[in-house]
Design a protein around this ligand. Structure first.
Ligand SMILES: [Zn+2]
Length: 137
C-alpha cells in the first residue's frame, strides 16, 4: 500500500495516531507518509469519516482517546492486515476487503430478517465505507 510522493519518493501507508486540539488522540488512522521529505497525508478513503469524527468533537473537546478502526471499516481492515502478516500489501488487503464485504452482507441479511433498524443502519454505513474505494491510482 503506497503511492508516489510529490518529491518523487514512495509514500508508505502507516497506521498513526492523530492528535486533535492537543487533547484528543485518534489511534490507528491510515496515513501515507514519505520518509524522504516528511510529507504525510490521510488515506483518501478514510478522510470523510475522520473529518466527520473531528467535527463532532467541536472546538473545545475533552481529553479522550478514540480507536479509529472501531468507527471506520478501512482502518479496521488495515489493522487486521497488519496483525496478520505484519505488512499491508495490496493483494492481502484486497482479499480482506472481499471477505469483510461478504461477512457484512451476511450480517445485513440477518439484521434485516430481525428488523433491527439500528443494526441495519450501522451495517449500511460500514458497507458504504468499503465501497468508497479507489485503491488503484
Ligand atoms: Zn516526499
Amino acid at each position: 500500500m503506497h503511492k508516489r510522493c510529490h518529491c518523487g519518493d514512495i509514500m508508505k501507508m502507516k497506521l498513526r495516531t492523530v492528535i486533535y486540539s492537543g487533547k484528543v488522540e485518534i489511534d490507528n488512522v491510515p496515513i501515507y507518509s514519505c520518509t524522504a521529505c516528511n510529507r504525510s497525508e490521510v488515506f483518501p478513503e478514510v478522510k470523510p469519516d475522520l473529518t466527520g469524527l473531528i467535527s463532532q468533537l467541536g472546538a473545545e473537546p475533552d481529553k479522550q482517546t478514540f480507536l479509529f478502526n472501531e468507527c471506520n471499516e478501512w482502518a479496521n481492515l488495515l489493522v487486521e492486515a497488519k496483525a496478520g502478516k505484519g505488512m499491508m500489501d495490496q493483494p492481502a488487503v484486497e482479499r480482506l476487503i472481499e471477505k469483510r464485504i461478504n461477512k457484512l452482507l451476511d450480517l445485513y441479511l440477518l439484521a434485516q430478517s430481525l428488523n433491527d433498524e439500528a443494526w441495519i443502519q450501522d451495517l449500511k454505513k460500514r458497507l458504504e465505507q468499503l465501497s468508497r474505494r479507489t485503491l488503484r491510482t
